[in-house]
Design a protein around this ligand. Structure first.
Ligand code: SF4
Ligand code: SF4
Ligand code: FES
Length: 751
């Protein structure tokens, strides 16, 4: 008989042809038969724990579980027979035996699989004569999640997510039988940058998110599907809003191409800022040192006349604009179009340490990354800059046998095995012989590693596929770069604009969705430029560190309040859809730029033409001149007993805008700290919880950092976190080492 790779199975009288090995539960989906499941999940695989998925298979003496039965050729299956339904009824009776049935006050009510299947297959009444056993309710599982132990049906999806998908293995079951409960392996609070996914996976109301508990009912929510704009991965997500308040974001399980069906906790939990009272809702103009609220006509008029007068006095080279990474593609396009039409090429999307967004000819898709045989990462960690992309790396390493090589000081994730390489040359040596699909993942910041890539790539043997992933510092870094938010040769980039501002050579500077005072590597320069430039217009959601120095502040819409497209790090142009109205008089940056164009007499292409041009531009190679050297960097390393090398790092919960203004985040927000090796700490007579100041060689200083100890930090170094408003790392002006001074005061050590 000829061997084929497909089999034909008959499900409820319908023939289905599927690849050999397909699970019955998946084959049934092809004819829109949703076999009920609790423990099974397509991304976690079968566990065979709950038995709700019982089906009848002709020729088999007993009911079988559809989630763990591969189809066989000529198999005849009944998913809706009375025997199958009776099996499910019995399973539900057991699951409900001690279940509290507190649906009216349960957050899962209305979207709970236990509720739904009880209605579909349950018997409607309990035969239990005894009192139900009780367990603790509202157990604090960690900073993001509350556990109701009575509601748990022990499907173990949460534990398996934590093991299979993140590899973190911090959840487990404690105790046995009817007493079994979900707990953390260490007894410590559950910390994970992906913790919110377990609340979605939980088929009942046992795991609920602290930020969403008791906030809304599913039927009161209005759902929009959009792209997360918290980083450059571009995860697709649902936004649930009640009236005009964003209540929660949820993953899109079908989004295999980008998010793989997950969200990180930044995308999930950093949404409370949208409705924060401190949002800017009216244009603000500085008059005699005081903020005055003005209308939009006046605001746009002031911006247009400042540009006109500056150009008339000193020429178009004395105006410039920085921004685009946090804007939509269309907005970034309009920004460069208006300024170029006025005669200025002083444009730049770069507002932090990232200098490149385009990955070269070797870009790849998110799915390509998980299929690499060898992954080399350098610069800031993908786990922090692009969390859900890091799950692809974990998948490649933990489930597909890829080799991970981590270069330099980048923290390596304990969730997966990696090889540490001191230099890029060492990393090349560590590539396994025979690796034919190599992925490079880096942060787009210039470094010795990035400088070495091109020459090495040219030496790769024929047949080797190299794919490069440049992690964006801002969600739309790649889109902004593609649509032209960069200087032409001879015009000013960000560094040069700030220097020109400081030196009194810039008359008008626009900053749209950027915060150089917190993020530009030289804080002093950013401050000096803002103070010296006669007209600074800032478009922002909040009165940020940068907006405080503006002449004119324009209240902007968040990504939840505007519609357009964004481009992720892989070059996918993705939809952004407004889910709630903007607060007060806030405008989308695009609307501000259209009004500015009108007030300045600039012709704009039609919206259709802009869309078409964006799609072409995203596929082209941007030719950007190299960034002006950052002159303030002090490349000296101090040596001494109380001196440590600086390792700059990020976390997913740092930042000065949305993060600093999301009151719901509470303890998730990263505190200002210095993490050092225990032995280095001992030499410096420091213990965890001590409070220190650090000072760079040129006097830049950070005060009040809490010391934490970690044996994974190299000895003689301190990990300092970038982007914390109270302790801005850019105050150190790129110092490579710092002198540490201890305070008398102590604090609780940070986890
Ligand atoms: S807490 Fe939820 S996901 Fe975890 S085992 Fe219990 S029911 Fe399943
Ligand atoms: S990985 Fe990035 S895009 Fe995805 S949910 Fe997290 S912040 Fe949003
Ligand atoms: S879903 Fe099949 S046994 Fe749980």
């Amino acid at each position: 008989m000829p061997q084929t790779d497909t089999v034909t199975v008959t499900i409820d009288g319908i023939d289905v042809v599927v690849p050999k090995g397909t699970l019955l539960v998946e084959a049934a989906k092809l004819i829109e038969r949703d076999v009920p499941v609790y423990c099974y999940h397509p991304k976690l695989g079968p566990a065979g724990l709950c038995r709700i998925c019982l089906v009848e298979i002709e020729g088999m003496p007993k009911l079988q579980i559809a989630c763990n039965t591969p189809v066989a050729d000529k198999m005849v299956v009944h998913t809706l027979s009375s025997a199958a339904n009776e099996g499910r009824r019995a399973v539900l009776e057991l699951l409900l035996l001690n279940h509290p049935l507190d649906c009216p006050i349960c957050d899962k009510g209305g979207e709970c699989d236990l509720q739904d299947y009880s209605m579909a297959y349950g018997q409607g009444a309990s035969r239990l004569a005894d009192v139900k056993s009780s367990k603790p309710k509202a157990v604090d599982l960690g900073p993001t999640i509350v556990l109701d132990e009575e509601r748990c049906i022990l499907c173990l999806r949460c534990v398996r997510f934590d093991e299979i998908i993140t590899g973190e293995q911090s959840l487990r079951t404690d105790d046995r039988g009817a007493h079994a409960i979900i707990a953390t392996a260490t007894g410590e609070p559950y910390h994970s940058d992906f913790s919110g996914n377990v609340t979605e996976l939980c088929p009942v109301g046992a795991l609920t998110s602290k930020t969403y508990r008791f906030k809304s009912r599913p039927w009161d929510n209005h759902r929009t599907t959009t792209t997360c704009m918290q980083c450059s991965v571009g995860c697709q997500m649902h936004v649930d809003a009640r009236v005009s308040t964003v209540q929660r974001t949820m993953s899109v399980p079908e989004d295999d191409a980008i998010s793989d069906g997950w969200l990180c906790d930044r995308g999930r939990y950093n949404v409370g800022y949208v409705n924060d009272d401190r949002r800017l809702t009216q244009p603000l103009y500085r008059q005699n040192g005081e903020w005055v609220q003005i209308g939009w006509d006046d605001a746009i008029g002031l911006w247009a006349s400042a540009l006109r007068e500056t150009i008339a006095k000193n020429g178009a080279a004395s105006i410039g604009a920085i921004g685009g990474g946090r804007l939509l593609n269309e907005e970034a396009f309009l920004l460069q179009h208006v300024y170029r039409s006025l005669g200025s090429d002083n444009l730049d999307w770069r507002s932090g340490r990232q200098h490149h967004a385009y990955p070269g000819e070797t870009g790849g898709t998110h799915v390509d990354l998980e299929n690499a045989n060898c992954i080399i990462t350098f610069g800031r960690s993908p786990a922090q800059l692009a969390p859900v992309l890091d799950l692809r790396i974990r998948k490649a390493v933990r489930h597909k046998g890829a080799t991970l090589i981590v270069v330099g000081d980048q923290a390596s994730s304990p969730a997966m095995r990696s090889t540490r390489a001191a230099t890029f040359a060492d990393a090349i040596e560590a590539i396994p012989a025979g690796a034919r699909r190599i992925a490079l993942v880096w942060d787009g910041a210039p470094s010795s590693e990035s400088a070495a890539v091109e020459a090495w790539a040219a030496t790769l043997p024929a047949g080797t596929v190299l794919q490069t992933f440049v992690l964006g510092e801002a969600p739309n870094a790649r889109g902004a770069e593609a649509v032209g938010m960069f200087p032409r040769p001879g015009s000013l980039d960000t560094q040069a604009m700030l220097e020109a501002g400081r030196d009194g050579k810039l008359g008008a500077l626009a900053l749209l969705g950027v915060n150089p005072v917190l993020h530009w590597p030289d804080r002093e320069l950013a401050l000096a430029a803002l103070k010296k430039t006669p007209f600074v217009v800032v478009s922002e959601l909040f009165l940020t560190e940068t907006a405080e120095y503006a002449t004119l502040v324009l209240p902007a819409c968040s990504a939840f309040e505007k519609t357009g497209t964004t481009t992720n790090l892989a070059g996918d142009v993705l939809p952004v859809v407004a889910g709630v109205p903007a607060p007060g008089e806030a405008w989308a940056d695009g609307d501000m730029l259209v009004a500015l164009a009108e007030a300045s007499g600039v012709q704009l292409p039609a919206p259709d033409e802009i869309e078409a041009r964006i799609r072409v531009l995203v596929s082209q190679v941007p030719v950007i001149p190299p960034m002006t050297a950052i002159e303030a960097v002090v490349p000296r390393v101090m040596v001494g007993r109380d001196t440590v090398r600086v390792i700059a790092a990020s976390t997913i919960f740092t930042g000065g805008g949305t993060m600093a203004h999301d009151m719901r985040l509470g303890e998730l927000r990263t505190p200002a700290g210095a993490t050092i090796h225990p032995q280095t700490a001992a030499t410096m007579q420091l213990v965890a919880g001590d409070v220190v100041d650090v000072a760079g060689p040129d006097g830049g200083r950070l005060e009040g950092l809490t010391v934490a100890l970690d044996k994974n930090v190299p000895q003689g170094a301190a990990v300092l976190i970038d982007g914390i408003p109270g302790a801005p790392l850019n105050a150190l002006r790129g110092a490579l080492s710092v002198h540490v001074t201890k305070h008398a005061e102590r604090r609780e050590a940070q986890a």
